[in-house]
Design a protein around this ligand. Structure first.
Ligand SMILES: C[S@@+](CC[C@H](N)C(=O)[O-])C[C@H]1O[C@@H](n2cnc3c(N)ncnc32)[C@H](O)[C@@H]1O
Length: 304
């Protein structure tokens, strides 16, 4: 196994257990030019800055951007918005204060069917809301990892875990394209409105496949495109950070999952998503182009 250790700009070590993909997946990996790689890094930095700002506003109990969106936070969290996403009142009341910033586009718990003792990974955990809900489901014999690349988000999640003594949750600084976890170590991957923000979604699914145990599953909520986005939308940074411009068609996601090695792929639109997407960037008309979807897939038990 290749293990790379680097130090990030917060002085924390980042461990990358990445293994070169098996030969049968290599044929699909496109070689990226230096310019493409640079612009992907630029977009990633913009996303990190945007969510750093969201986390800081949350800490100051201030508003930032549009509070009813995946890249905004209200001075006072709006429980009706979270209920529109699919959370029950009981779920909203049970997570630590400040962990729910209203940044999701669904409720991955509703599709993940978590069981006692399972090991769960939350991609782009933010303030830790879904990770804390998962921790209650898997109980003390289970374990939940939350990975996020934004240090300000990580510190909110970690301080909430410490405050409420969640012993079965661990938040790790890292990128979902280079997961800081070993091969075959996770039962379930959840995620809420994050994969659309990645500039290398195929790599995210390759990494998800690598860290899942055989028979493990992914159950994520994310934004997908149901109509080609306009050039203006694609080049609009604000729309990208608001989980709109990075959305890709359902068929492209199915292909990426399948190339990564997943089976039993099911992608279903979330019925009411138009209702909340129209409020994300009110003048953009995004609800005509993107929807929220429930994405499920399984890593086969059989040797591939
Ligand atoms: C829309 S928010 C969702 C947060 C959380 N899942 C929730 O529902 O509250 C997106 C989160 O993903 C993180 N993120 C975005 N791109 C990422 C990447 N490539 N690697 C790791 N984290 C990422 C951001 O820092 C941010 O915390």
């Amino acid at each position: 196994m290749n293990i790379r250790i680097s130090i990030n700009n917060q002085g924390e070590p980042m461990i990358d257990y990445h293994q070169p993909p098996k030969i049968e997946h290599v044929q699909y990996v496109a070689v990226k030019s230096e310019q493409e790689t640079k612009s992907m890094e630029d977009v990633k930095n913009e996303v990190r800055d945007a969510y750093g700002g969201v986390a800081e506003a949350n800490q100051q109990k201030e508003s930032c951007g549009n509070g009813r969106s995946c890249c905004g936070v209200s001075a006072k969290p709006d429980p009706s918005y979270s209920q529109e996403l699919g959370y029950s009142k009981e779920e909203l009341d049970s997570a630590p204060e400040g962990s729910n910033m209203g940044l999701g586009c669904g409720n991955p718990q509703a599709i993940a069917d978590l069981k006692t003792g399972e090991v769960v990974l939350d991609l782009g955990a933010g303030g830790g809301f879904d990770a804390f809900l998962a921790a209650r489901k898997v109980g003390p014999t289970g374990k939940v990892y939350g990975v996020d690349m934004t240090p300000e988000m990580l510190s909110i999640a970690r301080s909430n875990a410490a405050k409420e003594d969640y012993r079965n949750v661990e938040f790790l600084l890292g990128e979902i394209e280079h997961l800081p976890l070993p091969n075959n170590s996770v039962d379930v991957i959840i995620s809420n409105c994050v994969v659309n923000l990645s500039t290398d979604k195929a790599q995210v699914f390759n990494e998800a496949f690598r860290v899942l145990k055989a028979g493990g599953r992914i159950a994520i909520s994310d934004v997908v495109a149901n109509k080609p986005l306009t050039k203006e939308m694609i080049n609009n940074k604000e729309l990208y950070c608001n989980c709109i411009s990075g959305a890709i068609p359902i068929n492209d996601i199915k292909q990426m999952l399948s190339k990564a090695g997943f089976i039993d792929i099911v992608i279903e639109p979330q019925k009411n998503s138009r209702m909340f997407i129209k409020d994300w960037v009110p003048s953009a008309g995004a609800e005509d182009y993107v929807i929220s979807a429930k994405i499920k897939a399984v890593k086969s038990k059989a040797k591939l």
